[in-house]
Design a protein around this ligand. Structure first.
Ligand code: PEP
Ligand code: MN
Length: 338
């Protein structure tokens, strides 16, 4: 149920409605927009009589929630959610660049790349200490040792850090070392992991799975929000289609669609979609043009000798050139790339 309050409803009256809802064992999701204040009722609505709510003179109307995702959908939260992390804002007018290597390989490699990115003005640094590799014999990541390196880089260079978490048992230790958590494409529907990251007080970047539908992806976000973590950023990273030459095909048509369905920020990772360097600049520009709120791009100082994703990580000068070009594209659509 969605309760639309009359304009300029007082906090006291708003608290009163929330109180009625909570006393029925239901949860209230309050969204104070620029135009309207809306209260979403989450739980078994049969417990709440519509007439009681309609009888309150500060309530404008009561409507059923049409979409099955109650917290993620725009219905209960018409305004964009802005996810804030250390002064960086996802989902506002800024388009946020997240850049860094595929894997955290060593302290030296991490500082080399991060220092170069910091100099260019990049604010959010990516890298992975836990790697979801197809082969169990491939580099699996440095684990906790890697987390400590990521934390050190973040602190010394004043960068926002993010990294992947694959195992619900590692959520706590990962959250202790980085500013943002990432759920990768292989774990989009790992429901235990989603619930665990939902309990953490750090933003979560949630990628689509290679075969998840939009509905499944949004429900995955719903799992996180349902545990209390509202700071979810969706990240399109390509889907598996019949076409092998585009590796995972970047699904750009999903960006405006998802942004119409949800209030959450939506960013794009063109690298894991393309699987090779060549298409990344064009796909990044296109992502900004279709409304992405951010980009995640892999950058390495020596990609040929990288321990993962050698073919798709941009060299530092290649990234620098692209970053400058993307700033102009962002300007052209009335936004600012940071
Ligand atoms: C990554 O971003 O490091 C990664 C493994 O990507 P994905 O989960 O999209 O494959
Ligand atoms: Mn990678």
């Amino acid at each position: 149920m969605i309760i639309v309050m009359k304009k300029d409803v007082s906090q006291k009256n708003l608290d009163h409605v929330v109180d009625i809802i909570e006393k029925k064992g239901l949860q209230a999701h309050v969204s104070k927009g620029t135009e309207k204040t809306i209260v979403g009722v989450i739980g078994d609505e049969a417990r709440l009589e519509k007439e009681i709510i309609l009888g309150l003179d500060f309530v404008e109307k009561v409507m059923p929630i049409q979409k099955p995702y109650k917290r993620v959908g725009r219905e209960v939260h018409p305004d964009n959610t802005i996810v804030k992390v250390k002064g960086v804002e996802f989902g506002g007018n800024d388009i946020v660049m997240i850049a860094g290597p595929c894997s955290c390989e060593s302290e030296e490699q991490m500082f080399t790349i991060a220092t170069a990115l910091k100099k260019m003005g990049v604010k959010v640094f990516r890298s992975s200490a836990y790697k979801p590799r197809t082969s169990p014999y491939a580099f699996q990541g440095l684990g906790v040792k890697g987390l400590k390196i990521i934390q050190k880089v973040g602190r010394e260079l004043d960068l926002v850090t993010e990294t992947e978490v694959m195992d619900p048992r590692n959520v706590e230790v990962v959250a202790k070392h980085v500013d943002m958590l990432r759920v990768g494409a292989r774990n989009t529907q790992n429901f235990d992991l989603l619930k665990e990251v939902g309990k953490v007080d750090k933003p979560v970047i949630l990628k689509n799975g290679v075969s998840t539908t939009v509905d499944e992806w949004l429900f995955a976000a719903e799992y996180i929000m349902n545990e209390g973590n509202n700071n979810v950023i969706l990240c399109e990273r390509g889907i598996r289609t019949f076409e092998p030459l585009t590796r995972n095909t970047l699904n750009l048509s999903v960006i405006p669609l998802v942004k119409s369905l949800t209030h959450l920020p939506v960013i794009v990772d063109p690298c894991h979609a393309a699987g090779k360097r060549g298409p990344i600049p064009a796909l990044s520009k296109a992502s900004i043009a279709v409304g992405a709120d951010g980009l995640m791009i892999e950058v390495h100082n020596d990609p040929e000798n990288a321990l993962s994703d050698q073919a798709q990580q941009l060299r530092i000068p290649e990234f620098e050139k692209l970053y400058a070009e993307l700033k102009l594209v962002a300007q052209a659509v009335g936004r600012k790339l940071v």
